[in-house]
Design a protein around this ligand. Structure first.
Ligand code: SF4
Ligand code: SF4
Length: 173
């Protein structure tokens, strides 16, 4: 008894002369190939070519700085609390005298890590942050063979000068 209606009965009747010489089948195949050869390609030559991102694409995280280059994160922990995958860990530290040019707030993240193997790129951390200190960029998460590689530390996440310029110019980055 058939469980689904998807089963197909195979035709095992002897081949005709036309089928035996295969030429009609080859001509049919070539016709289909020629029909597609001048059509617009459905594929892109990645990574040389990339498709435009969706406006809601969420990539690798970035820890933001203010216009004076100071770290914005105040290690409040709201992003870690909002994270459904428990991917974020941090350690807070008090800003010392003379460090005002490094950290915007009196408290900062001495350690900030995201486990990208856990992250589901939902963007809740970005939404939860009251300081605009973390956002998900347009950078695709690179692949790697080592699991350690996917534990992104603060040094890996902090915004670069190039990213700051792009963000200032386009609002993205
Ligand atoms: S994007 Fe989602 S899963 Fe990833 S760290 Fe942020 S809150 Fe957690
Ligand atoms: S990134 Fe934002 S939410 Fe997370 S600890 Fe820093 S300031 Fe708080």
């Amino acid at each position: 008894m058939q469980l689904t209606k998807r089963a197909v009965n195979v035709d095992r009747s002897p081949m005709t002369l036309g089928e035996k010489i295969y030429l009609p089948a080859i001509a049919k195949g070539l016709k289909i190939t020629m029909g597609h050869i001048f059509k617009k390609k459905a594929t892109v030559s990645y990574p040389e070519q990339t498709r435009p991102f969706s406006p809601v694409f969420r990539g690798l995280h970035v820890l933001n700085r203010d216009e004076q280059g100071r770290e914005k994160c105040t290690a409040c922990g709201l992003c870690a609390l909002a994270c459904p995958a428990e991917a974020i860990t941090m350690e807070a530290a008090e800003r010392k005298k003379g460090e005002e040019h490094l950290y915007r707030e009196e408290k900062y993240a001495a350690r900030y890590e995201i486990n990208m193997l856990r992250c589901i790129f939902c963007g809740y951390c970005e939404e939860a942050c009251p300081k605009d200190a973390v956002y998900l960029s347009e950078t695709i998460m690179p692949s790697n063979y080592s699991r350690d590689y996917f534990i992104y530390k603060k040094e890996d996440l902090l915004i670069t000068e190039e990213q700051m310029k792009k963000r200032a110019a386009t609002g993205k980055g």
